[in-house]
Design a binder for this molecule. Sequence first.
Ligand code: FES
Length: 173
Amino acid sequence: MEEQSAAEVQQIKAAIAQILVQFEPDRSHLIPILQRVQEAFGYLPKLAISEIGAYLEMTDVQIYGVASFYNHFRYIPLGKHPIQMCMGTACHMVGGGLVLEALERALDVEVGGITEDKQFSLDRVACIGCCGLAPVMVIGEKIFPKMTSTKVDEVLVNLKMEEAEAAKAEADN
Ligand code: FES
């Protein structure tokens, strides 16, 4: 459930207005507008959908209907550590699906979701252009090559340890 403060609502509205002003109010621009909004926020906030709808004279249902044809759109915010599992052909062929399942189990979250503590979100993506390293997982900006389902726990534990050390170092300063 999305909950935003009044200040956040204003921020989102201002950012969306800046995007919309770059497009004619024509429905043919819906997908590029949604892409720009997702680039700006990491997902499509509900408020953005209604602002876009008002601009293009479309209902929320119509917009979600069109967006649902494209599986790269997400409807909830990214986690602090956004995890993307490549499911392009090369990665899929060498076990990307098994890694994805292991991630879902380890995080107790489904693809497109976010963990309860908001630390991790999980998405599948199309080829990210380094097929020689398949199967490839990306967390934030960092690429994890030649992933296996058995490496998943190790990567997540290391990440949590790095977080804890960074928090401790900050508290010590
Ligand atoms: S298919 Fe995964 S990097 Fe190309």
